[in-house]
Ligand binder design. Structure first.
Ligand code: B12
Length: 298
């Protein structure tokens, strides 16, 4: 007999998730099957992580209609964007992003709901053998240009920073965009960001950590599992240099808070939007975690 008890505090049953999304269970289940709502199966039941549900529910500014909050709204633009990235079609890719922005999507939503998932779909294509490494490189080059064009949307000139954050990719890890996305969204939330890019040597990370002023956090992005050991070194160096500063880890090679802990980090976030809310919490603004996360606490 499968257990009906909630296996972890950060999980909700798909039934409960469907109620929060305001959709029928079967609609929520379809989002799961299509890969639009991450979920895991335990004891024959589907469970949704609260941060994933929160990302799925994030409303665009000023919009109230439940249909616009549905994860399904991103399904078609994601597919089209992945195809434009693989075709190295910058104009076509930008047109999709621009249309979403014009439709009321927030810049962070474009990263977390559109561009990130389109790249992740490309990664699944590589894993399945249908996308070459060369195509991945070309798609990344287009994504870099799209993000460059979006960058001003994340800047908050003239406001005092709420503290600074050092962000970089683990030594040996070439993945550039995860760091850039977390950096942009953190900037939008008012943090000063020391963005080091990908493949940051331990010594360079240490130098940045040592010299940063108003430092509240250091974040290491790890996509390639082979770079986890080097990430652990970065984290332990940072802790030795700046005790008391929060240490964050994330990226595809850090799929859970437990993995982040095993690397020596204090905190983990599944995406750039949750990472920025976590930073807000670290800066002393607990309410920034939002209603879904707080109301789900036991
Ligand atoms: C493009 C790409 C490449 C390009 C990178 C080009 C570049 N300059 O960036 C190239 C071709 C070079 C490449 C190489 C490799 N790649 Co690659 N790559 C990708 C791909 C398709 C997209 C990466 C990306 O930009 N993602 C978009 C970002 C935004 O998504 P994200 O990483 O999940 O980031 C979000 C969160 O994780 C979180 N987050 C990320 N970092 C951090 C940090 C902190 C502190 C926090 C709090 C949160 C956080 O916020 C982000 C934004 O919301 C991914 C697929 C994928 N799933 O992402 C594979 C992927 C990351 N690659 C993978 C692999 C295996 C490799 C290689 C080892 C093998 C290969 N493909 O040849 C090599 C690396 C070899 C090496 N060490 O030198 C795997 C990693 C699997 C794993 N971890 O177990 C993936 C997941 C593909 C897959 N499905 O298997 N890759």
């Amino acid at each position: 007999m499968p257990s009906l008890a909630r296996p972890r505090d950060d999980l909700l049953s798909l039934n409960a998730a469907a109620r929060r999304l305001g959709v029928h269970y079967m609609t929520a289940y379809r989002h799961v099957r299509l890969g639009h709502l991450p979920a895991e199966q335990r004891n024959g039941r589907w469970w949704v992580r609260i941060p994933d549900l929160e990302a799925a529910m994030a409303p665009a500014p000023g919009e109230q209609k439940p249909s616009r909050r549905s994860p399904a709204r991103w399904q078609s633009p994601r597919r089209r964007l992945a195809s434009r990235l693989l075709a190295a079609d910058l104009g076509g890719a930008w047109a999709i992003v621009e249309a979403s922005l014009a439709g009321g999507a927030r810049p962070a939503e474009i990263y977390v709901q559109l561009l990130g998932p389109a790249l992740q779909a490309i990664g699944r294509g590589w894993e399945a053998g249908s996308v070459s490494v060369q195509a991945e490189h070309r798609a990344t080059a287009v994504a870099v240009r799209v993000m460059g064009r979006m960058a001003p949307l994340f800047s908050r000139r003239g406001r005092r920073a709420r503290g600074s954050v050092v962000l970089g990719g683990a030594p040996g890890d070439p993945h550039l965009l995860p760091v850039a996305m977390v950096a942009d969204v953190a900037r939008q939330h008012g943090f000063g960001v020391v963005e080091l890019g990908a493949n940051v040597p331990v010594a360079s990370f240490a130098e940045a950590v040592q010299s940063a002023t108003d430092l509240i956090a250091v974040g290491v992005s790890v996509s390639d599992t082979a770079c986890a050991g080097a990430a652990r070194q970065v984290i332990s160096q940072a802790r030795a240099l700046r005790p008391g500063v929060a240490l964050l880890a994330g990226g595809p090679a850090v799929p859970s808070a437990a993995t982040a802990t095993s690397l020596g980090a204090d905190h983990w976030a599944p995406d750039a939007a949750v990472a920025a809310r976590l930073l807000s919490q670290l800066a002393g603004e607990a309410e920034a975690l939002g209603p879904v996360l707080t109301s789900a606490l036991p």
